[in-house]
Design a binder for this molecule. Sequence first.
Ligand SMILES: CC(=O)N[C@H]1[C@@H](OP(=O)(O)OP(=O)(O)OC[C@H]2O[C@@H](n3ccc(=O)[nH]c3=O)[C@H](O)[C@@H]2O)O[C@H](CO)[C@@H](O)[C@@H]1O
Ligand SMILES: C=C(OP(=O)(O)O)C(=O)O
Length: 429
Amino acid sequence: MDRIRITGGNELNGTLPISGAKNAALPLMIASLLTDDTLTLDNVPHLADVESLIRILGNHGVDYSVNGRRENQQKGYSRTIHFTARSIVDTTAPYELVSKMRASFWVIGPLLARMGVARVSLPGGCAIGTRPVDLFIDGLRALGAEIEIEQGYVNAKAKNGLIGNRYVFPKISVGATHVLMMAAALAKGETVLENSAREPEIVNLADCLNAMGAKISGAGTDTITIEGVTSLSGARHRVIPDRIETGTYAMAVAMTGGDVMLEGAQADLLEAVLDTLEQTGAEITRTNSGIRVRRNGAGINPVDITTQPFPGFPTDLQAQFMGLMTMAKGRSHITETIFENRFMHVQELARLGANISLSGQTAVVDGVSELRGAPVMATDLRASVSLVIAALAAQGQTEVNRVYHLDRGFERLEEKLSACGAVIERISS
Ligand SMILES: CC(=O)N[C@H]1[C@@H](OP(=O)(O)OP(=O)(O)OC[C@H]2O[C@@H](n3ccc(=O)[nH]c3=O)[C@H](O)[C@@H]2O)O[C@H](CO)[C@@H](O)[C@@H]1O
Ligand SMILES: C=C(OP(=O)(O)O)C(=O)O
């Protein structure tokens, strides 16, 4: 299992390119199941989750090529990938594949809409909470699907196709909004989705579906209207820059000090985060080519945050922000409202000398003047990168174990950080 070794204490300076967003690329790839034509996606990040989804889609009959050829080049860089689901050869998504990655459950929407049937394993639980799928099931039932859960599988049928309807999400869900939008794109008549998620990845998917011939309006607001069409065509579409990767590296610079241009980053995707970083004392400059982050001299101000659906502070940056607050000049409160168990990084940050106590859904962080390197364990994707942020500022050496979590969502992390002056290396074993 690979490890990452970091010797802390260096400022970050230079230019750091931002990759395509994992959480936009995954639903866009799944949308390729909706058409027998080719969907070409530009700026697809090179990540373990993308590779896993390619395998899952392949099982349903989706063929793919990278820049016109099978993948064998440009390892590690965002790419253009062509996906073609000429025919769906299997409408079952088996446990062995779905249990590896939660987003793979989302194939249920397109499979049901295009084929009238889908059998998809319940996704596995994971370290950040229970993550049920009740909203997907309720929503698809509202579109006329018959659904049973049997032996760990969701069996869904809509023999005569899905039928548009009004559905009010009882709780905001990114995944369920993606799935219902894809399913309703091929339903008969109009669907109105209320209390929808407003994340930029939802807008990116709606834009792609519209380029494929769908009739979707309102994505990015809480009410999305979808006029069903009988078929969708191919299209070419670009994955948006990764706002979580952007926020992560912005926090790393705020932590170590220095001056870094996050090239290709888009400020409107993370305004709440940038505002918070400014309150901590970091200087943020929004430019046409990216976001410049600077912190020189002065220490880090403590700032309280509460995670919220977009446009609020994202849960996917909560761990990283806690990493930053471990060295703030005072006490901060970090409240997690989206997932019930997303504090696994607390005990690992403590190994580096952080002073954090938990009180229900709130972490109380008392900033310390110094962290010290230690062996730590990555427990989930964003938790693992919070350890990297802390390690970059810690005295001495830190080894982060189980970096396969990191590889799910951060493209060429060591290369990007070392180009900005970090002492960081991967130890393969
Ligand atoms: C691949 C991807 O894009 N993952 C993101 C997506 O996950 P994901 O789409 O899984 O997250 P959701 O927005 O669905 O989850 C929000 C909340 O709703 C709950 N819920 C969800 C569905 C359901 O049927 N029932 C239910 O109760 C969840 O347990 C959670 O408490 O949005 C999360 C919230 O921004 C992010 O942290 C993840 O990085
Ligand atoms: C939690 C995340 O991903 P997933 O929903 O795939 O687990 C994430 O991207 O932070």
